[in-house]
Design a protein around this ligand. Structure first.
Ligand code: ZN
Ligand code: ZN
Length: 557
């Protein structure tokens, strides 16, 4: 199946795209759930079909990823990529395999992270191979020194794109598409990609600057809704509470219990955030009198995490044309207690495979990739008090071996730092899920800090993202909001909250006059209507049916 002749998509699977309207959109993926992000657009004036994101469906079952695309990959002109998570970029190699010859537009950081993530993911899939990854043609939007966020870049006649920063992960962007309307004015649709939680008022996570909000001139905003029905505690959004808690767990485990701290961590973004947090904790702990005769060595056992950290070292500290950091949180030096240059130097030391000395008694190092220096788990646990290991959900990677070694001893502590999908080894560790029969085997202490590290905006942060004005802009248009990338429940609750906030008409809020939950129909953005009203009706009936079932399943619980 892996031949590279153009267009080996089954022609019978290809759906027609509408020819009318100036710009049309159809949400192909992440309509009911958060994975497989992919939106298909058609711009009539330039006769261009293109995508925003081309993500994989995540889960144990790879079948959805093997399915044919509903479009002809060889007919697509380009792809606009928001960020490097596999559920947004994971099917790009399949697209190339099936005849896509166009460019992928993204930031440099997203390009490098995507290549790293795809080269890792290729080991677990049969739908493409390494050569398809190499064939992706990139066009980075921030290649030149004159780059600044929000700069317009032509894509085709009467069609432009601009990228704005998201605080979700390194390289992540909002993608704003501008088309020339029939009346000659510019119209805009802004895709949020994934929205991070950092804001001007509170940049509590260690690495990323606050995200930007859609242009005030946006006629449409497509927002994600992962946590559209959740509100986070103030404590979970406090850098001080988080690092105090982490320091406390480390000192209690190592000094009082004489145990080990094992931290399962996602390789992309979470590992790098934890490097910063642990750095700041170790500098804090050095004043603890118990520390004097103890060692605090940290091993990062994550081959993918090391490759990703190399990309962070290259791009996290870069500046744009106005001399400001493109991504870096300006509070990081204060957070760690060192200058930006010293922190950048530390990242360089780590990715070179050297020990990063934090204090007299503590250092951080990546586990060696040199087979001659390979240590056993026992040796690693003997030499280190804290181990950060992949994979984040504990199903594979080095972390499994550590867990096996430490889980039956209560003096050890496991710190969960990311969302655990139901059914994964990580979710079985959570205090709420632990099987009482296994308690004897699992008497290790488990602390769940996932909420402190979530890279997704919660409901209030999403509302601020949608409504808050960018300071420099005055002209206002009323927007239609599409809600995508979430469960039906999250989408419904977010829709109600958006409507409620729109009615309140806060002084500087954007005006929103319409809220739509994404569905599988073509939508004419010029005229603001679905192209097939009959199927819209069917779609609504389907949704009512699904909601009825959801309701009755809740009642029977
Ligand atoms: Zn993401
Ligand atoms: Zn996502």
């Amino acid at each position: 199946m892996q031949n590279s002749t153009p267009s080996n998509t089954n022609p019978s699977m290809i759906e027609a795209h509408p020819k009318s309207g100036r710009l049309n959109v159809k949400f192909v993926g992440a309509r009911d759930g958060v994975s497989g992000s992919c939106s298909w657009l058609y711009h009539a004036a330039s006769d261009s079909q293109f995508l925003v994101d081309c993500g994989a469906f995540q889960g144990a079952d790879d079948t959805p990823n093997q399915q044919d695309f509903p479009f002809d990959p060889s007919a697509l002109r380009f792809v606009l990529l928001t960020h490097a998570h596999i559920d947004h970029c994971g099917r790009l190699p399949k697209l190339v395999d099936e005849g896509f010859k166009g460019k992928v537009y993204a930031t440099k950081a997203t390009r490098d992270l995507t290549m790293t993530m795809l080269r890792d993911a290729v080991k677990k899939t049969s739908i493409y191979n390494e050569s398809h990854i190499d064939e992706i043609k990139w066009d980075v939007i921030d290649a030149d020194l004159g780059f600044k966020w929000g700069r317009l870049r032509p894509l085709a006649d009467d069609l432009c794109v601009s990228f704005l920063r998201s605080s979700h992960i390194l390289g992540a962007s909002l993608v704003s598409i501008v088309w020339k309307s029939e009346d000659g004015t510019d119209r805009t649709i802004c895709f949020s990609g994934d929205t991070g939680g950092q804001s001007e008022e509170n940049s509590y996570l260690p690495l990323m600057k606050p995200g930007q909000t859609p242009f005030q001139s946006s006629n449409y905003i497509v927002t994600e809704a992962t946590y559209g029905n959740r509100t986070r505690d103030a404590d979970a959004m406090s850098s001080k509470v988080r690092t105090d808690l982490l320091s406390d767990i480390i000192s209690r485990t190592v000094f009082d219990k004489k145990g080990k701290v094992i931290i399962p961590a996602f390789s992309l973004h979470r590992t790098q955030e934890l490097i910063a947090d642990i750095w700041s904790c170790l500098r804090k702990i050095k004043d603890d009198p118990r520390y004097a005769d103890n060692k605090l060595n940290v091993l990062i056992d994550s081959p993918l995490g090391r490759k990703v950290t190399e990309v962070y070292e290259q791009h996290l500290f870069s500046v744009v044309s106005n001399g400001k950091f493109q991504y870096l949180n300006s509070e990081l030096p204060e957070h760690i207690g060192l200058s930006n240059d010293d922190i950048h130097g530390g990242f360089k030391t780590l990715v070179a495979g050297e020990r990063l000395k934090i204090t007299e008694n503590s250092a951080v190092v990546f586990s060696s990739s040199n087979p001659n220096e390979r240590q056993t788990i026992e040796q690693k646990l003997r030499d280190n008090q804290i181990v950060l290991a992949s994979s984040g959900m504990c199903d594979f990677g080095p972390v499994s071996a550590y867990l096996k070694h430490i889980r039956s001893d209560p003096k050890n502590t496991i710190i969960i730092t990311g969302f655990q999908s139901p059914g994964t080894a990580g979710s079985n560790l959570l205090p709420s899920n632990i099987d009482p029969i296994d308690l004897e085997q699992n008497c290790v202490e488990v602390v769940d800090m996932a909420a402190y590290y979530s890279a997704h905006a919660d409901k209030n942060q999403l509302l601020n993202f949608i409504f808050e004005s960018r300071k420099e802009e005055k002209s206002k248009v009323s927007a239609t909001v599409f809600i995508n990338h979430g469960t039906t429940k999250a989408k419904l609750e977010l829709a109600e909250s958006i409507k409620a906030r729109a009615e309140q008409k806060f002084g500087t809020d954007r005006s929103v006059h319409r809220v739509l939950k994404s569905n599988a129909l073509w939508f004419d953005l010029e005229n603001g209507e679905y192209l097939d009203e009959q199927s819209e009706m069917n779609q609504l009936l389907d949704e009512i049916e699904r909601l009825k079932q959801e309701l009755s399943s809740h009642k029977t619980k």
